[in-house]
Design a binder for this molecule. Structure first.
Ligand SMILES: Cc1cc2nc3c(=O)[nH]c(=O)nc-3n(C[C@H](O)[C@H](O)[C@H](O)COP(=O)(O)OP(=O)(O)OC[C@H]3O[C@@H](n4cnc5c(N)ncnc54)[C@H](O)[C@@H]3O)c2cc1C
Length: 456
């Protein structure tokens, strides 16, 4: 039997509840706008399997086995809070070129967010012994490694228990996720509808007037609003836009192409340490290095992508030190309307990956790893982005070519960031919210409810 059409009328409809969508929904709901937030996944935080390998199988797109046509593994959590559930909680300020080349100035919003969420490096005693050994080895070789800022506040956890497993979901409570902004939005009156997959935009007279889709693949819905904010992530947003007649969406993609360089030493490795506590950025050669190893069960599975003998390196897992490389990859390939992802590695990407691998190998040897044990892992795409780019499909205010349509997530990046993007996304979303309040909704600044003070 056909299901009845569910309808809503709102000031703003936001699609996707990752850091982009959650922030816009929270800011606008707190300012008194009627917001509907649509999320394709659901809230898994209270499930017993949240933060376990079983959980990751349940909430990752394609059970964690999402690959590009070229074989890069892409992790895409489908759930409230988006990929921040699985992120390592690392934060960096946006690259200077965002302001210089694209005139996108979000500095004030970045600093406000750092203050509000108390984003800072972990205390020295929590950086991890192996991570510190890698940092010290690198510094002695002339590479300027330093502690990385984190969305992790140890004092929030009853028992701080941060390690590689945080990439399955945080169980100890120390890590901030965009779920907290979703909660704030709902507390301020936003209507959150989960398991609501948006299929396309509703466009009338060259204006975006809403979105349509289905709840639990059954109940059709149409949400109409004065403003539509797309925040379904670097893969989700271009797919919805393609379904709505935007032919350039998803034409080209960046992923901060990622790999790990592993080595075995006589010391304890970094698996039981918080991931990405220390890092190094080489802007000239286009990459970032930090410390990270996959959770214990993911490690051998991922190694199958490298070759049949590599899963056996798991026997040395507890003594393995790993340096993660993220390169600033060129925009290439793209996403097709049937959901296929192509991400060819260009000659420049390969050069950067190899440059970073040589440096990582040098550091691991200096840190005590056996040179014969060192190898480079398979390639992955950890930050799908740059699919609806500022400067091409969006103006500097994130406005698309159709009236009342905005894009506020990683897809808006004009180029790969090659660094943790969440702080940049939150700042973009706060700036967009203020822009909408000043222009579309013309609310007085005095109506705005100030952000809640940081916890901890
Ligand atoms: C393992 C891992 C570790 C990471 N570590 C870090 C880190 O330490 N620091 C950092 O800054 N970044 C990190 N990242 C990257 C970061 O988490 C993402 O870049 C960021 O969350 C992207 O935000 P977004 O708002 O663009 O999209 P997402 O977070 O992907 O959110 C998009 C949301 O939209 C929903 N959606 C998709 N399609 C639809 C649809 N059709 N209808 C309705 N809803 C839809 C999705 O379910 C999702 O909830 C990491 C990522 C991974 C996978």
């Amino acid at each position: 039997m056909a299901q009845a059409l569910m309808t809503r009328q709102a000031d703003v409809v936001v699609v996707g509840s990752g850091p982009g969508g959650a922030t816009v929904a929270r800011q606008l709901a707190r300012a008194g706008e009627k917001v509907v937030l649509l999320e394709m996944g659901r809230d898994y935080r209270n499930e017993f399997y949240y933060g376990t390998h079983l959980g990751a199988l349940i909430y990752d797109d394609n059970r964690g086995l999402l690959f590009t046509e070229e074989g890069l593994n892409i992790i895409r959590p489908i759930m409230t809070g988006g990929a921040t559930n699985l992120f390592t909680g690392s934060a960096t300020r946006p690259p200077a070129w965002l302001k210089e080349r694209y005139k996108v100035d979000i500095d004030d919003y970045v600093e406000e967010t750092i203050k509000e969420l108390d984003i800072r490096p972990l205390p020295d005693e929590l950086l991890g012994e192996a991570s510190k050994r890698i940092m010290e080895a690198a510094i002695s070789l002339g590479y300027k490694w330093e502690p990385l800022m984190k969305f992790i506040t140890p004092a929030r956890a009853a028992r701080f228990d941060c390690g590689a497993k945080c990439m399955l979901g945080c169980r100890c409570g120390a890590k901030w996720t965009a779920n907290e902004y979703v909660d704030d939005a709902v507390a301020a009156g936003c209507e959150l509808i989960t398991e609501a997959k948006v299929d396309s935009l509703i466009i009338e007279d060259k204006q975006a007037v809403g979105v349509r889709g289905k709840i639990r693949k059954r109940t059709p819905f149409e949400i109409r609003a004065d403003v539509v904010v797309m925040a379904a992530g670097g893969i989700g947003t271009p797919l919805i836009m393609q379904n709505s007649g935007f032919f350039d969406a998803g034409n080209g993609l960046a992923v901060d192409t990622t790999t790990m360089v592993y080595g075995v030493s006589k010391y304890k490795g970094n698996a039981s340490e918080p991931p990405m506590t220390v890092a190094y950025t080489d802007d000239e050669n286009g990459y970032m290095l930090s410390v990270l190893i996959d959770p214990w069960l993911s490690y051998p599975l991922i190694m199958f992508a490298k070759g049949i003998r590599y899963p056996f390196t798991w026997l040395n897992y507890t003594r393995t030190m790993a340096i993660m490389i993220k390169v600033k990859d060129e925009v290439s390939g793209g996403i097709t309307v049937d959901g296929k992802i192509s991400k060819p590695t260009t000659a420049q990407d390969r050069y950067r990956l190899n440059h970073a691998s040589i440096v990582s190998r040098e550091i691991l040897i200096k840190a005590g790893c056996d040179p014969d044990s060192i190898f480079v892992g398979p390639l992955r795409g950890t930050h799908p982005c740059a699919t609806v780019r500022i400067g091409e499909m969006l103006d500097t205010n994130l406005h698309a070519e159709v009236k009342n349509l905005y894009v506020c997530d990683a897809s808006s990046f004009p180029e790969a960031l090659d660094r943790p993007p969440v702080l940049t996304i939150i700042a973009l979303a706060k700036r967009l919210s203020d822009h909408l309040l000043k222009t579309v909704f013309r609310r007085k600044a005095s109506r705005r409810v100030p952000a809640a003070p940081a916890e901890g």
